[in-house]
Design a protein around this ligand. Structure first.
Ligand SMILES: Cc1cc2nc3c(=O)[nH]c(=O)nc-3n(C[C@H](O)[C@H](O)[C@H](O)COP(=O)(O)O)c2cc1C
Length: 206
């Protein structure tokens, strides 16, 4: 085994290694609004669910290479609301486009091929092209580190879940049918295709 001693290693190099190891990562396509109401869209693959009581999600925008806190973090800090939209293969190019560093005054819904749908509870709109979306209220932002690539863990509570009924099977989401994509290292993505799946029943307690 080759050991990489991370102490003193530049954050960009650690990024290249860890993003190839912690895989596959689901993608949160996050819609938020600035305090002046300007729409923002950005994908984040440092994303997971964290609990159910209350339903809890976390995602992590890291600071830019220059050490700047990203617009998504600033918006959520200012408004306390956002929507996590899921990403399909068909949406992947537009989602990738939205990861450009747009000027904060530009509404990204107008720049990207994404359609706004009014949310039920929160102010930021959700994305019509997405087969599922979760309206969220901020619980807390945990800063871990400072400067370039330091993390801002955004923990939020899910207030409402929207699912395209085409993808409901017996009242539950048919995930494989949604053609969702996940992120790996470099430029690699993975497609959640039915032939990639296998089943294992949970062990029975004696
Ligand atoms: C598929 C994908 C996943 C990404 N995941 C992350 C992530 O987890 N954390 C992060 O800080 N940036 C991530 N990025 C880059 C951000 O989307 C990008 O910095 C974006 O411009 C941030 O937008 P904002 O400044 O409007 O918040 C990702 C980009 C792509 C294309």
């Amino acid at each position: 085994m080759t050991e990489f001693s991370v102490k003193g290693m530049p954050p960009r190099e650690i990024y290249q290694i860890l993003t190839r190891l912690v895989v596959p990562r689901p993608i949160a396509f996050v819609s938020s609004l600035s305090k002046d109401g300007v729409g923002n869209l950005a994908p984040f693959s440092f994303f997971t669910m964290g609990g159910l009581n209350p339903p809890s999600l976390a995602f992590c925008p890291v600071n830019t290479r220059e050490g700047r806190v990203k617009d998504t973090v600033q918006n959520i800090e200012a408004t306390g609301e956002y929507v996590v939209n899921l990403v399909t293969r068909q949406m992947a190019e537009a989602v990738n486009e939205s990861s450009r560093a747009f000027d904060p005054g530009i509404d990204e819904f107008d720049q990207i091929n994404c359609t706004r749908v009014q949310s039920s509870i929160v102010k930021p709109p959700r994305v019509a092209e997405s087969p599922a979306a979760m309206e969220c209220r901020l619980f807390e932002i945990f800063r871990h580190g400072e400067g370039p690539l330091a993390s801002n863990y955004i923990v939020g509570e899910v207030l409402a879940i929207h699912i395209d009924e085409t993808f409901l099977e017996g009242g539950l989401p048919d995930t494989a049918a949604m053609d969702l994509v996940g992120r790996l290292g470099g430029d690699d993505y993975v497609r959640l295709s039915p032939d990639a799946l296998f089943q294992l029943a949970r062990p029975k307690e004696d």
